[in-house]
Design a binder for this molecule. Structure first.
Ligand SMILES: NC(=O)c1ccc[n+]([C@@H]2O[C@H](COP(=O)([O-])OP(=O)(O)OC[C@H]3O[C@@H](n4cnc5c(N)ncnc54)[C@H](O)[C@@H]3O)[C@@H](O)[C@H]2O)c1
Ligand SMILES: O=c1ccn([C@@H]2O[C@H](COP(=O)(O)OP(=O)(O)O[C@H]3O[C@H](CO)[C@@H](O)[C@H](O)[C@H]3O)[C@@H](O)[C@H]2O)c(=O)[nH]1
Length: 437
């Protein structure tokens, strides 16, 4: 099939690569000339393990192309996928400006029979609104068939998640259009669920909000574990052994971040307000998360008797999770701000996100070139992102380069047995008893 994709962010790019990998002819279109120029050379503008090998293979096979020209990219496409960003407005609602622009861009080139698929995360009712925009702007002989097809990939494992998805949701009121989209995905051998457009739009928000709530729930349990002397990792393991609960997304830490959970929970909350539906659980999910993001600072303030002024704090990890350079809503942003407020001297290290972090956090903190530089002479270490390199940090090394080894582990990523075997360590994990040797 000939497929065109508008947007080459995580979703557009992963979808484009995956669809070409299974034999379709894909053209990805973006308004960002810099991104397209890199992609045409096989260079991925995002950090995603494995992406460049997939790009090289499919570009060389002539199945994957990139362009800034909507006319060129849309020519002959049987299916057009919209995968542009839907960021958050100040009031928490989803900003659909990019999607509306993309709809106008494609309307001018639409021919009869083309199926328009919205893969971006959009509030219920958006497919109907976009259909109207396209119909207003396309040739009068052309009718539009919409399919809502939300995406569930995670950054850092985007390609695996698209190629080996748990499910594909296909929402349409038009049987033929839905079947064609199902056929496009058929080589993946992933279960497809056919539903209405509105239910498909809702499935995406409900899924993200549920996962975010699961994280806030376990974080609240973690805080209670600290108060009563239980260990949240054992509690989560014991809970997860019940198949009805499941063992995923029960890792306590410093809250969820990223380009999706924070904005999508807020957007769903906004929808509940708009329709006057009581959904207090969402408000609590967001409140717990806000508190959790500054938990390490609170713990450090307690340990240093309320004084962090002049203390050197090593922030290990800056991206919102490992295997991505994405800094959107990363807990490191709030942690840096709080530490700055208390006069601490922050030195941060991240294996790949430093240049993005400089743009987001700025020069209020210092950026180390390597782990050793960050921890040397530090008064305390904050583990913020559980990169492999950080998880493998030799605890004994800390004793050699730090004034006194004080670690606040926001991701519970160090082996407690090893910590017990070292002398003069103060180790403060999340939801587990502190270890002081
Ligand atoms: N990032 C994720 O992990 C993820 C996962 C599932 C769903 N989503 C959702 O998918 C959507 C896209 O997310 P993303 O992270 O890939 O976005 P992104 O912001 O990283 O990328 C969007 C791209 O669209 C391009 N664009 C904007 N207007 C355009 C136009 N008129 N024509 C062509 N290109 C245009 C931008 O230049 C940009 O490169 C969002 O709705 C998001 O919520 C994201
Ligand atoms: O047990 C857990 C699991 C995750 N997190 C945090 O939650 C955030 C999000 O993690 P993850 O879900 O792995 O990353 P995303 O790439 O943001 O993916 C989410 O958001 C995407 C965009 O909508 C969806 O497509 C995915 O299904 C959904 O998992 C990160 O800050 C993680 O550190 C935890 O604190 N504890």
């Amino acid at each position: 099939m000939k497929v065109a994709i508008l947007g080459t962010g995580y979703v557009g790019l992963s979808t484009g690569v995956s669809l070409s990998e299974i034999g379709h002819h894909v053209c990805c279109i973006d308004v960002d000339e810099g991104k397209i120029s890199l992609l045409q050379q096989g260079i991925s503008p995002i950090y995603e393990p494995g992406m460049e090998e997939f790009l090289a293979r499919n570009i060389a096979a002539g199945k994957l192309r990139f362009t800034t020209s909507h006319r060129e990219g849309l020519a002959g496409a049987e299916i057009v996928i919209l995968a542009v960003g839907t960021p958050q407005r100040d009031d928490g609602s989803a900003d659909l400006t990019y999607l509306e622009e993309a709809a106008k861009d494609l309307a001018a080139h639409l021919i009869q029979g083309t199926i328009v698929v919205i893969k971006s995360t959009v509030p219920v009712g958006t497919n109907d609104e976009i259909r109207k925009i396209i119909e207003t702007n396309c040739h009068e002989d052309v009718s539009v068939e919409m399919v809502a097809n939300p995406e569930f990939l995670r950054q850092g494992s985007a390609l695996k998640d698209t190629l080996e998805a748990d499910r594909i949701i296909i929402g349409s009121e038009n049987q033929q259009a839905a079947s064609k989209v199902k056929e496009m995905y058929s080589p993946l051998k992933v279960p497809c669920m056919m539903t209405s457009i509105r239910s498909a739009e809702m499935i995406k928000y409900a899924s993200n909000a549920f996962l975010a709530t699961k994280i806030s729930f376990i974080n609240a349990v973690a805080n209670l574990c600290e108060a009563v002397g239980a260990d949240v990792t054992d509690v989560a393991k014991g809970m997860g052994m019940d198949k009805r609960i499941g063992n995923h997304f029960l890792q306590a830490g410093i809250g969820y971040g990223g380009s999706c959970f924070p904005k999508d929970v807020k957007a769903l909350w906004h929808t509940t307000r708009k329709h006057d539906v009581d959904f207090g659980v969402l408000a609590e999910t967001m409140r717990v998360n806000d508190e959790q993001q500054v938990l390490l600072v609170k713990k450090a303030l307690k340990r240093f008797d309320g004084h962090l002024s002049g203390k050197k704090i090593a922030l290990l990890g800056l991206s919102f999770k490992p295997d991505t350079d994405d800094m959107r809503e990363a807990p490191s942003i709030k942690i840096s701000q709080e530490l700055n407020k208390h006069g601490a001297q922050v030195v941060a290290y991240d294996p790949v996100a430093t240049s993005n972090a400089k743009r987001v956090i700025g020069e209020k903190i210092t950026y180390a070139d390597n782990l050793l530089e960050a921890i040397t002479d530090a008064d305390a270490v904050f583990v913020v992102t559980e990169w492999q390199e950080i998880k493998q940090l030799d605890i004994a090394l800390l004793g050699k380069v730090m004034k006194k080894v004080i670690v606040f582990d926001g991701r519970n990523c160090f082996d407690e047995e090893k910590i017990h075997s070292c002398k003069n360590i103060e180790y403060y994990p999340i939801g587990r008893p502190a270890i002081i040797t």
